[in-house]
Design a protein around this ligand. Structure first.
Ligand SMILES: [Zn+2]
Length: 307
């Protein structure tokens, strides 16, 4: 059982990044700058938690990538022990609500799939905030359904996901302080009406955000989170695809095409060639529709299908 934060965070806000011959430079709001050094960062923000995970099962993995939503296929069913994580800290880790609106859809099974997060109502353009301090792992458009998506990795091993944004206010590998604006809410991706789809994941496995946050009171339920097997959906594996609102996909109306059928009654002197010409078709087509041959003698008064 342990509870560790040791992550140094800059209090000022990053304004921009510029490319230089020596690498990317980050400009901050207090007129300072620094090189963006990520080449040596392996993404393990809390080595003690990572060691604990590896001790439980060597297959647990949490690599760092700016390109994919989920970086591993961890099976939380292999968790043997209970990990104790801090989700709040008196000094620099204060929790902040991601958005102030009301919950419109909760975590859980939905139409045979799982809603892996919680939906919060908002207007496009409303500010979205980092719930905890950490480092931006992913900030780009996701064509799996999340739309414009920000993922922040936190020092306690959790990641938070903020989907359907209309605008990014952060970039990958940026350090973030809890409560800092990270984007504007929107309706991008597979979304039907402006809202924030918010997820909390541990080693890529989704946790019900309501295990940690009281969305009505807009505060943390506890400063501690006990991570154990029962916190996760059995058999759940990360997917890069957004499994949300499948029932709300508007189906295009199915157009049933009824074949146009027309008949012609054979009159004296008619030939197949003339009947075909008069009805805008061909002898071959008439033969096919009526099961006859071009040489078949037509009986007077017989109904021939011409269309
Ligand atoms: Zn959702």
């Amino acid at each position: 059982m342990f509870c560790v934060f040791g992550f140094q965070l800059r209090a000022q806000r990053a304004l921009d990044t510029i490319e230089t011959a020596a690498g990317k430079v980050v400009l901050y709001s207090n007129k300072t700058w620094s090189f963006l050094q990520v080449s040596t960062f392996d993404g393990i923000m809390n080595p003690r938690i990572h060691d604990q995970m590896k001790a439980q099962d060597p297959s647990f993995n949490h690599p760092w990538s700016n390109e994919v939503c989920f970086t591993s296929r961890n099976d939380m069913g292999k968790l043997k022990d209970t990990l104790w994580l801090c989700v709040n800290n008196e000094t620099d880790q204060h929790f902040h609500m991601p958005a102030p609106g009301i919950v419109t859809s909760r975590y859980g099974p939905r139409n045979g799939r799982n809603h892996n997060g919680i939906d919060i109502d908002l207007e496009t353009g409303d500010t979205i905030y980092a719930t905890w301090s950490g480092k931006v792992r992913y900030a780009k458009y996701n064509d799996g359904g999340y739309g414009n998506l920000v993922i922040i990795r936190h020092p306690n091993g959790l990641e938070t996901l903020y989907a359907h944004l209309s605008k990014f206010l952060v970039y990958p590998d940026q350090d973030i302080v809890a409560g800092e604006p990270i984007g504007l809410g929107g309706n991008t991706g597979r979304s039907y009406g402006s809202h924030l789809h918010f997820e909390i994941r541990f080693y890529d496995a989704p946790i019900n955000p309501e295990e940690i946050i009281d969305f009505a009171a807009k505060e943390l339920k506890s400063e501690n989170l006990f991570v154990h097997r029962g916190l996760f959906r059995p058999g759940a594996k990360p997917t890069d695809y957004y499994e949300d609102h499948p029932a709300e996909v508007v189906q295009a109306p199915v157009v049933v095409r009824t074949p146009q059928v027309r008949y012609y009654k054979v009159r004296p002197g008619d030939t197949l060639t003339e009947i075909a010409a008069r009805n805008g078709t061909t002898v071959a087509k008439l033969c096919q529709l009526n099961g006859i041959k071009p040489t078949t003698v037509l009986q007077l008064g017989r109904s021939l299908r011409v269309k």
